[in-house]
Design a protein around this ligand. Structure first.
Ligand code: FES
Ligand SMILES: [Fe+2]
Length: 417
């Protein structure tokens, strides 16, 4: 249980808040590669309204949405060779926010030199566009392994969820929910639909453990029938501080990136890599797709693992009321995560870099993270489950991925039997 004051400290992400100041020390995905084209797009990140654009010279820019002149939205702008021209009176801004032209002002005016739009650094990596909204000098954009591995296929799924990012992160240090939310409740839904349960997620947790390490929190588990020699314990997988989960197995690795849009919305990105046994042709570009949240009746989709997670997160409320919760021993990971957030806020308040900020290029070539290969005791069974019961079920390349792995699509199974 937290006091109201602590809950606000934990969850408010806007400018000037303790968590907002901490989160501004990191680079955030602000868009997928396909979003930044000729037409400027509105994005919202850490409670700030922004406009992302690519000028006609190919440079990416990210400006505060409201024009410094009379506050019209710069999303109503024209991209030109040297920047973005406001649609209202034609003031032209470059990607650094400098005002290059004010067509309505006298020819000898120096007014433009005193005007600056708020601009933020942006960089592309692995099919995502990242932004940094914090103080200078910006740390390096971390080159985490999935973003830079040369020999994998990728796809990127995304959805905007109507809840604060911290309750989503808490789910990533909550292993017990797997056997209940996806195991028991998921099986109940399957039973109602006349389908068999998803065996991979029904095994009981015998033991779990968490440790703070250089990348965040590493979690381990022993499931019924396993020993400490199994990878689920020996290797485990991490919550990557401040807002990412690394999960997968059987040749698939996913980052679940929880991008705080504002206090009550989170842009959820599922970033997948697929490593096949035999080399596959390189992809021309990374497919991007949206994850639907509701069925035709307007009910939350919950007939698959990610849908069940999303339901649990959003039904906790826009911001979970932690003054009314009751934490038990099974919530040790949640307690550890909150402590880590509070500690890192204090580091920032003391003028230090928080963990997972990188400033040494030699350490940033490819940041390898630990993750089980034989997850839940078997890579093939896990992969089959993940390709059908996670957001990957919406991927436009799902069947190609199945055939590259040499796995048989389930509808082909059904047709053959
Ligand atoms: S409001 Fe943008 S140029 Fe006038
Ligand atoms: Fe889950």
């Amino acid at each position: 249980m937290l006091s109201q004051e602590k809950n606000e400290r934990l969850t408010a992400v806007g400018p000037g808040t303790p968590m907002g100041n901490l989160l501004r020390r990191y680079w955030w995905p602000v868009a997928t590669h396909d979003m930044a084209g000729r037409v400027p797009v509105r994005r919202r990140l850490l409670g700030e309204d922004l406009v992302l654009f690519r000028d006609a010279s190919g440079r990416l820019g990210l400006l505060a949405e409201q024009c410094p002149h009379r506050r019209a939205s710069l999303a109503l702008g024209c991209t030109e060779r040297t920047g973005l021209r406001c649609g209202y009176h034609g003031w032209l801004f470059d990607t650094e926010g400098r005002c290059l032209e004010q067509p309505g002002e006298p020819a000898d005016s120096t007014f433009a030199s005193r005007i600056r739009a708020t601009s933020y650094p942006v960089a592309e990596l692995g099919g995502l566009i990242f932004a940094y909204l914090g103080p200078s000098p910006a740390p390096l954009l971390p080159r985490y392994d999935l973003f830079v591995w040369p020999d994998v296929w990728r796809d990127i799924a995304h959805a905007e969820l109507p809840c604060n990012f911290v309750q989503i992160m808490e789910n990533s240090v909550d292993p017990y929910h797997v056997e209940w939310l996806h195991g028991r409740y998921g099986s109940f839904l399957k039973e109602l639909a006349g389908e068999p349960p998803v065996q991979v997620v029904t095994k009981k947790h015998v033991k779990v453990a968490f440790e703070v390490f250089e990348h965040g929190i590493l979690k381990r588990r022993v499931l019924e029938g396993q020993t400490e020699q199994d990878e689920d314990w020996k290797t485990g997988h991490p919550l990557v501080f401040p807002a990412m989960l690394r999960v997968g197995g059987g040749g698939i690795a996913t980052f679940q990136i929880r991008v705080p849009v504002d206090d009550t919305h989170t842009w959820h990105v599922w970033y997948q890599t697929y490593r096949f046994d035999a080399p596959a042709l390189p992809q021309a570009s990374i497919p991007v797709y949206r994850v639907p949240l509701h069925d035709e009746q307007g009910e939350w989709l919950r007939d698959y693992v990610d849908g069940q997670d999303i339901c649990a997160w959003v039904t906790q409320g826009a911001i979970a009321d932690r003054t009314r919760e009751h934490l038990g021993r099974s919530d040790l990971g949640v307690i550890m995560l909150r402590k880590l957030y509070f500690e890192q806020m204090e580091r920032v308040e003391a003028g230090q870099d928080p963990i997972c900020t990188f400033r040494d290029p030699a350490r940033n070539d490819c940041i390898e993270l630990p993750m089980e290969r034989e997850k839940f005791g078997g890579s093939r069974a896990f992969r089959d489950m993940w390709l059908h019961e996670s957001s990957i079920r919406y991927s436009p390349i799902r069947d190609q991925v199945l055939s590259q792995f040499g796995d048989v699509p389930r509808h082909a199974d059904a047709a053959a039997s």
